[in-house]
Structure formats: structure tokens, C-alpha cells
Design a protein around this ligand. Structure first.
Ligand code: ADP
Length: 425
């Protein structure tokens, strides 16, 4: 129980810290990408402006004519800017391509002015590459004379970002593992006071139940003796019977509490004995034949011929199965049926207690194994229950490394199943 809580604490700690870490890493990566793109844009803009500044215009028939002779890459012989540019394109004011260097455009100029990231194929290569492209409108006075479009490759930035991404991923993974360990360690520290308080409570319950047993037995014996001695006084008989009933039910409660407090966790291997479930259950089943007849309930016991053995504490297992059988009788009306079945499934021995009783609603089903949980307080108190029978059965089964399950349909019946590891000897 404590380990599960510790694991949950560690898991939630890792999850929350991990989410913050991943968010932080994502933001850092985004800012780095933006930063690199901004630097690239600045460089690209500078180059494009230099090119635009190298253009010369003259008026011919009232219209400006553009002379690209001195423009790097577009003009003749001048290539000072050409080394890292993928293409340079000159469009006239009607967006018609007039001259270009590098890859020719696939489409006419449709995009608005400004920066864009595009994926394109270099003229001689078949592989597509990422480019940063700027389209700059060029004006003479107030008149638009054309558009200069320039692109540079993003290969270097991509390689740099990939490296950064790898470094970030690795550091996030390492930090996550570290956070996991820290979470586990902190979970352990957080559980210490809870564990101590729980142990103290367990000790108190065990001690109190143990101390209560003797006075309860004395009260019961005295009340029974008084009942015998007062046989001639019928007026005090109901009061004595009341005392005996209450004391007996207190006895059951105290014994259950003592058992719950004493048997925490897995049972030590030296306490376990080989149990032949066929004989064990046949003997136990016989105890309920008279009750079945008295309550007019059909009782069917199915125990196979083939021997089924498990390792366990016979007294504890007996208590667990008895609790299930007693409940089946408590919550099944006259004319109903109760089954006790034993079977095997792969490496498990399966003990089933099935009834056609009142069943348990879907809402209550997940809680029936909780301590002091009663589906209907009034109904179960009338039947003498404290809501401890099932939690005791569950604790016993878990102490044996087994599992207990329930399926139920309201007004139809319930099936309780105990699963214990088979002993292959
Ligand atoms: P109790 O001693 O009060 O019966 P249990 O722990 O044995 O306590 O059971 C918890 C609750 O589960 C009970 O209050 C009862 O309502 C419900 N329950 C247990 N077994 C059955 C069953 N076979 N059929 C219907 N309800 C059941």
C-alpha cells in the first residue's frame, strides 16, 4: 500500500516536473529558431538592399527603364554576393520575370512582398532544400518599377537547430530520469510520517482488540450463566438475550479487527503450508448444509476429482471463504441458490462463491472491499454486519499473493472469486 502511494507520488512528481521541463525546452527551441531566422532575415535583407541600390534607372519615353548591368549576379561579370545565394530574380512592375540567376521560378510571382520560408529544388539537384526568401518591391520615387526576389539556403541553420534539438532531447531525458529518482526519494520521505502513524494505529487497534477480548468473553460467559440461573424469571430473559447477542457481535468485530491489524502485507513463507483445496473446501462446505436447509436455499458444491493444492495459512483462508459464504447466505432470499466452486485456470486455483441474491449496484461495487463499507447500513446492520468481512477476505487473499474479485448485478446475484497460485507438487 505504501509502496503504491510512493510510486504514485514519484509518478506525479515526474509527470508535473517533466511537463514543465518539456515546455521549457520547447520554448527554448522556439526562441532559438526565431533568433536564427531573424539573423538570417537581416543578412538577406542587407544583401537584397545592396542589389537594389546597384540598379540604375533612366527614363525612356516617359517610362523608367531599369539597367541591371551593375547588379551582382544579375548583371554581367559581377559576382561578389553570389556565393551563398540560391537564386536572384528580377520581376518588372507587372510581376513578369525579366532576369534571374540560379533556379528559375516554377510559378509566376503571386506572393506578397516580405519574407518566406520555402522548400524548393536547386537547379541541378533533385533533392529539395529549405530556403529563406525575400521579395522586395523596388521603387523609383513614388513609382514601383519591379520586384527583387532573393533566396538563401537554410541548411546551416537547420544543421545547427538539429544539433540543438538533439542536445535538448538528451538533456531532457537525462533530467527526467533524475527527476524520477528524486521523486521516488522524496516520496519515501513523504511516506515516512504516514507509515509511522499507520503503524501506530495498527498497533493501537491490535492492542485494543486484544485487550477487549477478555472482558467480552467474561461478559458473554456471565450473561450465559445468568440466563441459565434465571430460567425461572422469564421477564429478564429478553434483556439477557440482548446482552448475549450484542456481546457475540462485539466479539466478531473485535476478532475481525485483530485479524486485520495482525496480518498486514505478505505472509512469511514459513507460515504457509501445502493445502489440499479439495479436502479443505469439502469440510468447509459441509458447515453450510444445515444453514441452507434452514433458509430454504439451494446449495450446490462443485469440487473436482483432481487434487488442487496451494500454499497457505488454513485458518486465514478458511475465514476468507467463510466470509464469502456467510455473505452469500445473508444476502440471498428463500428459494435462491448458492454455489461453491473450485476449479483451475492456467497456474491458478479459483474458488468461486456465487449467489442469486440481491446483488450489488455498480456504484457500490468498487467500495465493497473497503473497511466498514456497507451498501445499505440499515439492511446490513439488521443482518449483523460491520462491513469488515470482505476487507478481511481481501487482506487474507492478498497476504497469500492472490487476488479477489467480484462481479454482481443488482437483484440478480453476485460472484466472488478468489485466485491463488497453484502448488505444483
Ligand atoms: P458485512 O459484514 O456488513 O456483510 P462485508 O464486508 O462482508 O460486510 O460486505 C460489505 C457490503 O457488501 C455489505 O454491506 C453488503 O451490502 C455487500 N455484500 C457483500 N456480499 C454480498 C453478496 N453476496 N450479495 C449482496 N451484497 C453483498
Amino acid at each position: 500500500m505504501f509502496n503504491r502511494s510512493r510510486r504514485n507520488l514519484a509518478r506525479w512528481f515526474t509527470l508535473s516536473m517533466g511537463s514543465i521541463l518539456i515546455l521549457f525546452a520547447g520554448t527554448t527551441y522556439y526562441l532559438r529558431t526565431e533568433d536564427r531566422l531573424e539573423a538570417t532575415d537581416r543578412l538577406l535583407y542587407k544583401k537584397t538592399r545592396i542589389m537594389a541600390a546597384s540598379m540604375q534607372y533612366d527614363l525612356s519615353e516617359g517610362k523608367p527603364q531599369v539597367d541591371l548591368g551593375n547588379v551582382p549576379l544579375l548583371g554581367s561579370g559581377l559576382r561578389p554576393l553570389g556565393t551563398e545565394l540560391v537564386y536572384v530574380r528580377w520581376y518588372d512592375s507587372k510581376k513578369q520575370l525579366k532576369r534571374f540567376f540560379g533556379t528559375p521560378p516554377a510559378d509566376p510571382l503571386m506572393i506578397p512582398s516580405g519574407f518566406r520560408t520555402v522548400k524548393t529544388r536547386e537547379s541541378l539537384s533533385t533533392e529539395k532544400i529549405w530556403l529563406r526568401q525575400v521579395t522586395l518591391p523596388v521603387q523609383e520615387g513614388n513609382e514601383l518599377i519591379g520586384y527583387l526576389q532573393v533566396a538563401i539556403p537554410l541548411g546551416d541553420i537547420q544543421a545547427d537547430l538539429r544539433q540543438f534539438q538533439l542536445a535538448l532531447t538528451l538533456s531532457v531525458l537525462v533530467t527526467l530520469v533524475l527527476i524520477g529518482f528524486i521523486g521516488w526519494y522524496l516520496g519515501g520521505i513523504a511516506m515516512q510520517p504516514i507509515r509511522a502513524a499507520y503503524m501506530q494505529l495498527q498497533r493501537f487497534t491490535a492492542d485494543a482488540s486484544h485487550e477487549l477480548r477478555s472482558p467480552l468473553s467474561a461478559s458473554l460467559t456471565n450473561a450465559q450463566v445468568a440466563q441459565l440461573l434465571a430460567a425461572d424469571y422469564p421477564e429478564i430473559q429478553p434483556s439477557l438475550e440482548n446482552i448475549i447477542d450484542s456481546t457475540q457481535s462485539m466479539n466478531v468485530l473485535v476478532n475481525n479487527l485483530l485479524m486485520l491489524a495482525r496480518h498486514q502485507g505478505r505472509l512469511a513463507p514459513d507460515l504457509l503450508k501445502p493445502i489440499n483445496l479439495n479436502i479443505f473446501l469439502s469440510e468447509l462446505a459441509a458447515d453450510y448444509v444445515a444453514l441452507a436447509a434452514a433458509q430454504k436455499i439451494k446449495y450446490i458444491v462443485h469440487i473436482p476429482e483432481q487434487y488442487i493444492k496451494v500454499l497457505g495459512d488454513p485458518d486465514l483462508l478458511k475465514q476468507a471463504v467463510k466470509n464469502l459464504l456467510s455473505n452469500a447466505y445473508k444476502y440471498t432470499a428463500v428459494g435462491g441458490t448458492v454455489w461453491l466452486r473450485l476449479e483451475t485456470h492456467s497456474s491458478w486455483a479459483i474458488v468461486q462463491v456465487v449467489d442469486t441474491g440481491i446483488g450489488i449496484s455498480e456504484k457500490d461495487l468498487p467500495c465493497v472491499f473497503d473497511r466498514f463499507y456497507r451498501v445499505d447500513t440499515q439492511r446490513t446492520r439488521d443482518k449483523g454486519g460491520f462491513g469488515l468481512g470482505l476487507s478481511l477476505a481481501q487482506q487474507v487473499v492478498q497476504a497469500h499473493g492472490g487476488q479477489i474479485r467480484v462481479t454482481s448485478v443488482e437483484h440478480k446475484g453476485s460472484t466472488f472469486q478468489i485466485q491463488l497460485a497453484l502448488l505444483h507438487k
